[in-house]
Design a protein around this ligand. Structure first.
Ligand code: ADP
Ligand code: MG
Length: 154
């Protein structure tokens, strides 16, 4: 397992980490963003998308589970807050996204249970104060772990 613990003291800090990650991700990478409502998952995704070259405005896909964006790589932004059950997960056809040529950023990845690839890059964003967040970036296996190592030396 590889991990990196960072402190974000502002939205700009969170944006910087998002951009760093966006510069090293490869086709097929999956980012799992964990954290309560208001933690900064979408804030992170916006800078990540921008750094990937996405020109469209990224917001929370409240009623759509997945939104697709064109950038240097395709970006699949999922917000699974409203995902209800196993049938919904099957209906999404996740493998096409996970094992395709794009990058997936998933808010509320907990909803996927074991369907989340074990080589995902996981960010655990914790609320410290109004403007402060703790961010633990973890890669347990394979490409996820590689990316954390690259990030640590980037
Ligand atoms: P989520 O998608 O996790 O529900 P959002 O990104 O939509 O959260 O909202 C995070 C909110 O917290 C935004 O209003 C943002 O401006 C604010 N915020 C304050 N400090 C930070 C920080 N250090 N990192 C990220 N967001 C922050
Ligand atoms: Mg959100």
């Amino acid at each position: 397992m590889a991990e990196l613990k960072v402190q974000s003291r502002s939205v700009a800090d969170t944006h910087r980490w998002a951009r760093r990650l966006a510069r090293i991700v490869q086709p097929g990478d999956v980012l799992a963003l964990k954290g309560d409502l208001g933690a900064g998952k979408t804030t992170f995704t916006q800078a990540f998308a921008d750094e990937l070259g996405v020109e469209a405005v990224v917001n929370s896909p409240t009623f759509t589970l997945i939104k697709e964006y064109h950038g240097r790589l395709m970006l699949y932004h999922m917000d699974l807050y409203r995902l209800e059950d196993e049938a919904d997960i099957q209906a999404m056809g996740l493998d096409e996204y996970f094992y395709g040529d794009g990058v997936c950023v998933i808010e509320w990845p907990e909803r996927l249970g074991p369907e989340l690839p074990d080589d995902a890059i996981t960010l655990e964003i914790g609320h410290v104060s109004a403007d402060e967040r703790s961010i633990r970036i973890v890669g347990r296996h394979g490409r996820g772990r590689e990316r954390i190592k690259e990030l640590a030396t980037a």
